[in-house]
Design a protein around this ligand. Structure first.
Ligand SMILES: [Zn+2]
Length: 280
């Protein structure tokens, strides 16, 4: 292939940000911090290794995902607890906030609601930033490990991928069949996972998570949430997933309720304001 004469000029055009976020509604972090200060723990769920569990968080409460026992990556799904068709939209969250989430970023919901479902209020791995490989923590670029890709690439039948773990957990929680539950499992927030794209080939890479026991990421629930968290069979994702070879550890989910008056004036975000007439 021969390059056109102006190839260098075309490559030299500076990029523009697709979605400048200066008009994005900003969370009131001071209000959330004050509410969290007086909050009481209301419950906890221990997610076993290579498995998933569901949990509920009412709007205005907090939930924390912690590393316990050893470095472990988690795959997080969120639904509107009252309407499971409203679910976390990883792709649009990436378009708005970038490839990895940290404090102040939000997990946005699917169309037509497109509103914040949860806001990250604390991230003990916030210090990591971006490493020399372009890697960072808590990505919204991976999808979730799943048995279909494993079958495609190596002909395996592996049942403890995050996709299957989340499917079983949602079926157990809702009483739905596996097929019904599977259709509602979606692309995840990869909690504690350290990932990026290789500079030369642009391929998705992972590397050993910097997470250590005691680290956590905490969220404010903007709406009533049903969550599901899978403790990935990849463990710290330093070598492989989709098998039982990696060392895996549990993950802890805790929920917290603020004092009744702490969120005075706050209301859950309304559904997106687009009128849905689509030009008709
Ligand atoms: Zn996984």
């Amino acid at each position: 292939m021969t390059e056109p004469a102006d190839a260098a000029q075309r490559r030299a055009i500076p990029p523009v940000i697709c979605y400048p976020t200066d008009t994005l509604p900003q969370p009131d972090m001071a209000l959330y911090t004050a509410a969290r200060d007086g909050a009481d723990k209301t419950g906890e769920v221990l997610v076993p290794p290579r498995d998933a569990r569901c949990f509920h968080v009412p709007a205005g409460h907090f939930f924390r995902i912690s590393s316990v026992e050893g470095p472990q990556v988690g795959d997080l799904n969120l639904w509107n607890a009252k309407d499971l068709s409203e679910r976390f939209y990883s792709g649009k969250t990436r378009a708005l906030h970038g490839t990895h989430l940290t404090t102040g970023h939000r997990m946005w919901s699917s169309f037509p609601t497109l509103r914040p479902m949860a806001t990250v209020t604390h991230d003990t791995l916030g210090w990591y930033g971006k490493d020399a490989f372009g890697g960072s923590v808590h990505d919204v670029i991976g999808t979730r490990c799943d048995p279909y890709t494993g079958n495609l690439l190596s002909g395996t039948q592996y049942h403890h991928c995050c996709h299957s773990n989340l499917t079983r957990a949602l079926a157990d929680e809702t009483g739905q069949s596996l097929a019904q539950a599977e259709s509602q499992v979606h692309d995840v927030l990869n909690v504690f996972m350290c990932t990026g794209f290789t500079r030369d080939t642009g391929q998705y890479f992972m590397k050993a998570s910097p997470v250590r026991p005691g680290d956590y990421i905490e969220f404010f629930a903007e709406i009533d949430l049903l969550g599901a968290l899978s403790a990935c069979p990849g463990g710290d994702c330093s070598s492989e997933h989709s098998s039982d070879t990696a060392a895996c550890y549990p993950l802890l989910v805790e929920t917290f309720a603020p004092a009744p008056a702490a969120l005075k004036g706050w209301t859950p975000p309304p559904p997106n304001g687009y009128d849905r007439s689509h030009g008709r």
